[in-house]
Design a protein around this ligand. Structure first.
Ligand code: HEC
Ligand code: HEC
Length: 249
């Protein structure tokens, strides 16, 4: 028979151990909660800063425009390998945003990426940049597959510029938003007469920089801002314009 005092002692030890374990688990939970809340606040603050400083060139959700796409499978999975960067995505984002790209790496963009960190004369503190980086990293899980922007463009079918332009107009989804010659959507203006009434330069600019001039009665930011990058064939833009120039005739 075990002495009942030993039994009581054992029980007491067991109870206090389970108490310690319980508190320990609670502490881990509490820390996880804290980390999550902290991350949540960082994302929120990063979102606000991104909207203020980056949207203009990288698009509302990182879809790109004046600057490259930051929200795509390619960007998160392939981009660093393509440029031979050995570090993490987080480090790449932090360094690129802090320093900007004072020397243009890709003439396609026609603009430089400004410097952001106060360390180099920019407007943002490094903790603010950390929050923007956390916000961008948060896109990774649901980043859309937009293909490889450096891939050779598949030739657009068609024998004449007008035919190729017509296929691009359908293939790139212009027709979903714009009516041309009696067919298409009404999210954007009817384009049947746009070339005849507003001229080639206007049409070209409207496609490359949709927000430069907003057509009367329509909203900005509806038209995708990244056709400059998506129209990859050497003549794609000219072909679309040639098609629009026909006025559907
Ligand atoms: C005035 C336009 C402009 C603004 C505003 C801007 N960027 Fe950029 N950004 C660019 C351009 C242009 C490039 C590409 C430059 C190059 O490669 O030569 C670029 C490149 C980048 C890259 C590198 C992408 C890659 O694949 O190499 C990141 C990351 C980036 N920008 C993040 C940001 C963030 C975050 C902000 C807001 C704090 C911001 N940018 C604001 C124009 C801009
Ligand atoms: C998601 C809808 C949408 C898509 C897709 C779209 N656009 Fe637009 N587009 C608009 C809206 C909205 C406007 C009016 C606001 C503005 O001026 O940016 C517009 C304006 C224009 C204008 C200026 C019209 C005018 O009268 O001032 C042209 C030209 C144009 N788009 C061409 C195109 C072409 C070409 C494509 C395909 C490569 C295309 N758009 C794809 C929504 C769209």
């Amino acid at each position: 028979m075990i002495d009942s005092r030993i039994l009581v002692g054992l029980l007491a030890v067991l109870i206090s151990i389970s108490g310690i374990v319980y508190v320990g688990i609670g502490e881990a939970d509490r820390q996880a909660e804290f980390t999550k809340a902290f991350q949540g606040r960082s994302i929120e603050s990063g979102a606000a800063l991104y909207t203020q400083y980056c949207v203009e060139c990288h698009g509302l959700k990182g879809e790109g425009g004046v600057g490259p796409t930051l929200n795509s499978k390619y960007f998160f999975e392939q981009r660093l390998a393509d440029i031979g960067y050995q570090g993490s995505m987080k480090a790449f984002l932090t360094l690129t945003v802090r320093g900007g790209r004072p020397v243009m790496s890709d003439p396609n963009y026609g603009r430089n990426m400004p410097t952001w960190s106060v360390d180099y004369g920019g407007p943002l503190r490094n903790d603010q940049i950390d929050n923007i980086v956390t916000y961008i990293m948060n896109w990774q899980e649901a980043a859309p597959d937009l293909g490889d922007p450096n891939a050779e463009p598949t030739p657009v079918p068609g024998d004449t510029p007008e035919e190729r332009g017509k296929n691009l107009f359908t293939g790139m989804g212009c027709v979903g938003c714009h009516t041309f010659n009696g067919q298409g959507g009404a999210v954007g203006p009817n384009l049947t007469e746009v070339y005849a009434t507003k001229g080639e330069d206007y049409v070209r600019q409207s496609i490359l920089q949709p927000n430069a001039v907003i057509a009367e009665g329509f909203q900005p930011n509806l038209m995708p801002q990244n056709f400059q990058q998506r129209l990859k064939g050497a003549t794609d833009l000219d072909d679309i314009i040639a098609y629009l120039a026909t006025g559907g005739q």
